[in-house]
Design a protein around this ligand. Structure first.
Ligand code: BT5
Length: 326
């Protein structure tokens, strides 16, 4: 895990303010109020993490390139959210599941907005015991701790709201029109680019916390994905900066989450309907081992999917798997 104090981050900040020019060790050490020897030590730590830093006698240091890693600094630099991602960010090269890590942190009392990120997962989870394939190199695997003060009957809509925020973030960063496959997937055309897994701790009407887990195939090589998956890079043909996507997801979701808390799901309903992959289609839904077939006709004010199962007979579905009938 990389959570180190902040001389490293201050040095990176200094580089960011002095792009494409050499800065002397003396200037850095004066600005950060530490010795030149210590600056040298941290420059080497940064190199070890993959930052390419040129050093020229009498000129000083210049940052040539940054590694493609979702380190805390890379996320926070330029992040415009107020809470999400502004506190602690835990970064792992590899972990079993970021949701598991975040759950433990939440139990121990970590604050809303705490973020866990991994470059790869060995036991990435989907819903109902399914797997989330999480290869190294190109994916975003992240979990955020939420401590929502909202009505219990709005809680399950957090998943759908997160999917909507991801659609907005993808549009903003890549101009790609993704769609929401109710309740927790984001699709490009007929393939899955992202999945959301929310896990809740609470009793009856009391919610302790929610772990919002998000997996996005950004630059993932299609050979590492299941057949039903697609990455953004595969679709657009160009690599996309993962930190930019992650920041946008945090910012968009923070906005939507605030709206949800203030005005309820009803205020976000139109967007979800407009970008739905399933509305108007014939669907089969598997909910707790019961099957429902019919036409998906609406998403109601609480985020439930309304399915017309017979003439004049609609059913509201709150969770479950949707397959589109051809
Ligand atoms: C999901 O479940 O789609 C929720 C995925 C959540 C993953 C994130 S990653 C960070 C955090 N930590 C975790 O351990 N999980 C969360 P579900 O709707 O049950 O879909 C699972 C199904 O998606 C699988 O059965 C496959 O068919 C498909 N799938 C698995 N990996 C995929 C991938 N990388 N891309 C596209 N589809 C995938």
């Amino acid at each position: 895990m990389t959570h180190e104090p902040d001389i490293k981050e201050s040095i990176l900040e200094f580089f960011a303010k002095n792009k494409e020019r050499y800065i002397s060790g003396e200037d850095i050490s004066e600005a950060l109020n530490t010795s030149r020897a210590s600056i040298w030590k941290y420059i080497n730590k940064l190199r070890y993490l993959g930052y390419e830093i040129d050093a020229v006698p009498h000129l000083g240091y210049m940052l040539k390139s940054s590694p493609d890693k979702l380190f805390e600094y890379e996320i926070k630099h330029g992040l415009k959210s107020k809470i999400l991602g502004q506190g602690k960010i835990y970064h792992y090269e590899n972990t079993v599941s970021t949701n598991d890590k975040a759950y433990i942190l939440a139990e121990r009392g970590d604050a809303e907005g705490t973020l866990v990120i991994a470059e790869a997962q060995t036991g990435g989870r989907g819903r109902m015991g399914r797997k989330w394939v999480s290869p190294k190199g190109g994916g975003i695997y992240m979990s955020v701790i939420l401590r929502p003060d909202i009505e219990a009957d709005e809680i399950q809509s957090i998943t759908l709201v997160a999917a909507a925020s991801i659609v907005k973030a993808i549009k903003r960063e890549t101009n790609v029109d993704a769609k929401i496959k109710w309740p927790n997937d984001v699709f490009i055309r007929d393939k899955k680019m992202c999945g959301v897994l929310t896990e809740i701790k609470g009793q009856a009407d009391m919610i302790n916390f929610v772990i919002l887990g998000i997996g996005i195939n950004v630059n993932t090589d299609s050979r590492g994905l299941p057949d039903e998956g697609i990455s953004l890079k595969e679709f657009t043909g160009a690599a996309v900066n993962r930190a930019n996507i992650l920041r946008s997801v945090l910012e968009e979701f923070e906005n939507d989450y605030r709206t949800l808390k203030k005005s309820g799901f009803a205020a976000l309903r139109d967007f979800c309907k407009k970008h739905s992959l399933v509305l108007g289609k014939d669907v089969k839904i598997n909910e707790h081992n019961k099957h429902i077939t019919g036409q998906a006709v609406d998403i109601d004010g609480k985020g439930a999917l309304v399915v017309r199962v017979a003439k004049n007979k609609d059913k509201r579905v709150f969770s479950g798997d949707v397959s589109l009938l051809k």
